[in-house]
Design a binder for this molecule. Structure first.
Ligand SMILES: [Zn+2]
Length: 781
């Protein structure tokens, strides 16, 4: 090459740089690696939330393709951020594009075929990409930097096509608090024996991993911000949720889902998700990325992970194999383990190119994730019109009503009288609040009316089913009938991936009635949840009672502990958090009760083991701890244990009860998360505020039987018949009629054992009074 030519090239490069206008703009286009000072995905390097948002803000400030908005604050006060990315013309007319999208979402707003064609012409594929809901899945916190930078700066034809045809909504983290929690834990672990170990605390302040199980109950601020300001503002056709999975299976999962698919998910949501997922898998394989599996492991039963499935959008979950946070791992081929629906050591139709094992780095994780996101975006752009027509079709079917749906649901107002009245009021408010937050149209009857031969009072809430998001109402209002699935006829059970029930009227302890004929009554539009007269703290009844609860927090993060803490904060329960050292060291002074949430016995006993964490975070409750708990109760305290903690308490304190389910094989008894009928004994003070029967959350669970002549009082039993109310249950007969909650005197105090989970994921309002009253010494006799 002549020196003349190379200096011309150099001049050309300088001219380009100067044509950007200023150094400031050039800086604003720099890559995330330049900003961070190391390559995104480098081993042992993670970016915290200030760095992530700092880079994204800089990128947006210098780009006509990217805008950044702060939607609100997280649980711990960090900014919750949304990027909107498209070509400059689209961004300039964003409000119009959004209005078009909302008209396409509701066929009642489409006037005629000509109007529809106009909307299809002007509409864009709306793609929401959500990252980093699970903060230990650290590649998912970094990949949005790469996605945003490539979309902001690339002039490749495929990126141009994406920008022209789609609006990309990018949530860089659904849990910013967790980003910082995990990054600071990881940095402190570098160079230690426990480098890359998972943290000894929940990575969402309250609910840890369950922050991706909140997409219909909307209990947490981050869920609320995302649903209110992103999902409902846009109703995207496609939602790409970027996760990581374990390290010994496939390298990358993408739908199709495995069965069962929840029956209210529109068939075209399923079919279009199958097509898009298959396209992504094919694309990665063409790029030479091995170990891609589809149609494995994950089913589509619960709306808890899939808000969009009931709002005309597909959910493309991708799961990339993990390292040890940012520390690389070496996977021996022998360590590869079969999963649900495939074996990573063998080729199969849904796993065409196995990965043979070897080293696996954060860079691999980020590469797979980025490749997945761009394969998805290209498909969304190239098939824009198909996606919009598919979207309209889903809305049309919902508005026409499905044959399996009733004409309407009626929720009678809560009277508010009686001991349980405040709880019914709270339940109705929560139910209407969830439906409205899910964009379901709700009316309120202005006068009494008759439907299905029954008279309903004025003030009853009415959900007419001919509306765009009727599927969301239907799945939450009806009882679930999870199919009995077996490997082959008469063969072993195929256990559900997750829980099987989500019936809100049962969980909230309120009535909802399906009626088959249209309702003739004047209604007003309900915009918000109704108020309830008794504040939550008063309903719980523990404020100012002199009670103080010690809530045990193990060093193996417990979501059930976190949910309990969330409920305590919501309901104003006076409590303090105690750890192993507090109980083992007999530091329970000032508490009136100790609560063990549902925690596995091995965690209570051994914690995380001896060598994977700093010494002060290892081990569990010792013999000294057990002795301290015994002294605490015998001196008049109350020990409350929930579900999985119960057997440890029975064994350690030698209580005169046993669990009848202990040792039963899955084939005989299995309760993966279902609602069952619980009958409380009105003679017990804990049941004073309870209706005679409610739905209890059974997940594993216990059936408790007292030893002969023992002083054991039954608070509630499993119903003798009609036990299963929603979900799936194997081996009903092992529960029927047996005690579900018992109260056992010990010295001056008592132990209360719950075989159900009275505070399940913050949702089981129907049984919350039982928990609060277990913690209230005035409810003892
Ligand atoms: Zn995850």
């Amino acid at each position: 090459m002549s020196s003349l030519r190379s200096s011309r090239l150099l001049l050309g490069a300088l001219a380009t740089a100067f044509s950007l206008g200023s150094l400031e703009e050039a800086r604003a286009q720099r890559s995330p690696s330049d900003y961070l000072g190391y390559p995104v995905g480098a081993d042992r390097r993670l970016a915290d939330w200030t760095e992530i948002t700092g880079y994204l803000a800089e990128l947006a400030s210098g780009s006509e393709r990217v805008r950044i908005d702060t939607l609100g604050r997280t649980t711990l006060g960090r900014p919750f951020v949304l990027l909107t990315i498209s070509d400059p013309t689209n961004l300039a007319s964003l409000d119009d594009i959004r209005e078009t999208q909302l008209q396409l979402a509701d066929p009642r707003r489409i006037r005629d075929p000509g109007h529809l064609e106009e909307l299809i012409e002007t509409g864009r594929s709306i793609v929401l990409i959500t990252c980093s809901v699970h903060s230990t899945e650290v590649g998912s916190t970094l990949v949005p930097l790469r996605i945003a930078h490539r979309l902001a700066t690339s002039n490749q034809p495929d990126v141009q096509e994406i920008l022209a045809n789609t609006v990309v909504l990018l949530v860089p983290s659904l849990n910013p608090d967790g980003v910082d929690k995990v990054v600071s834990w990881y940095r402190s672990s570098l160079g230690t024996e426990w480098e890359g170990a998972s943290p000894p605390f929940l990575y969402h302040h309250y609910i840890g991993h369950d922050n991706n199980r909140d997409w219909y109950a909307f209990t947490q601020l981050e869920t609320q911000l995302t649903v209110d300001q992103v999902h409902n503002a846009w109703h995207p056709q496609i939602v790409h949720d970027i996760h990581q999975q374990g390290r010994n299976g496939s390298r990358f999962f993408v739908p199709p889902w495995i069965d069962p698919i929840e029956p209210n998910v529109d068939p075209m949501v399923v079919a279009s998700g199958n097509a898009l997922g298959s396209e992504i898998a094919w694309s990665l394989l063409r790029e030479g990325k091995k170990g891609v599996v589809l149609n494995a492991t994950y089913d589509a039963w619960t709306p808890a992970r899939a808000y969009q499935h009931y709002h005309a959008g597909v959910r493309i979950l991708t799961e990339t194999a993990s390292a040890k946070l940012a520390t690389p791992v070496e996977v021996d081929p022998e360590e590869l383990e079969p999963g649900r629906g495939f074996d990573p050591r063998e080729r199969s139709w849904n796993f065409p190119v196995p990965w043979e094992g070897g080293s696996w780095h954060l860079a691999d994780i980020v590469d797979y994730m980025e490749a997945g996101a761009f394969a998805l975006l290209k498909h969304a752009a190239r098939n824009r019109e198909t996606w919009l027509r598919n979207f309209v079709g889903i809305g049309e079917r919902a508005v026409a009503g499905w044959p399996s749906w009733p004409a309407a649901w009626i929720v009678p107002p809560a009277a508010g009288e009686g001991a349980n009245g405040p709880w019914r009021e709270i339940g109705v408010a929560r139910l209407i609040g969830v439906l409205r937050a899910g964009d379901v149209e709700v009316g309120r009857a202005l006068e009494p009316f008759e439907a299905s031969g029954r008279r309903f009072p004025a003030g009853s809430y009415i959900v007419e089913m001919g509306q765009p998001y009727a599927a969301f109402a239907q799945t939450l209002l009806e009882a679930q009938r999870y199919p009995d699935r077996r490997a082959y006829e008469g063969g072993p059970l195929l256990k559900p991936y997750d829980v099987t029930a989500h019936t809100l009227p049962l969980l909230f302890g309120v009535e909802a009635v399906a009626v088959e004929e249209p309702i003739a009554v004047e209604t007003e539009v309900v915009l918000e949840a109704p108020a309830y007269r008794v504040p939550l703290s008063e309903a719980a009844g523990l404020v100012g009672s002199g009670e103080r609860v010690a809530l045990y927090q193990p060093w193996v993060p417990s979501m059930d502990e976190g949910w309990t803490r969330w409920i305590f904060d919501q309901y104003g329960v006076p409590y303090g958090t105690v750890h192993n050292a507090d109980i083992n060291g007999d530091a329970l002074d000032g508490f009136t009760s100790v609560l063990l949430a549902s925690i596995p016995p091995e965690v209570l006993r051994d914690g995380r083991g001896q060598d994977s964490l700093p010494p002060e975070l290892t081990g569990g409750l010792t013999a000294e701890g057990v002795a301290a708990l015994r002294r605490f109760v015998e001196a008049g305290g109350t020990l409350v244990a929930l579900d999985r903690s119960v057997e440890w308490v029975i064994d350690e304190l030698g209580l005169p009860v046993r669990n009848l389910l202990s040792g039963l094989e899955d084939e005989t008894y299995a309760a993966p998360g279902s609602l069952v009928r619980i009958e409380s004994d009105s003679r017990h003070p804990m049941a004073a505020r309870m209706p005679p029967a409610v739905a209890g959350w059974l997940q594993g669970g216990l059936a408790l039987e007292a030893a002969q002549d023992a002083r054991v009082r039954v608070v509630a039993r499993y119903a003798s018949d009609g036990l299963l109310l929603s979900g799936w249950l194997q081996g009903e007969e092992h529960l029927a009629g047996h005690p579900a909650i018992v109260d056992i005197p010990l010295g001056e105090g008592r132990v209360v054992l719950f075989g159900i989970r009275p505070q399940y994921r913050g949702q089981s309002l129907a049984t919350l009074p039982l928990l609060f009253d277990a913690l209230n010494t005035e409810r003892q006799d």
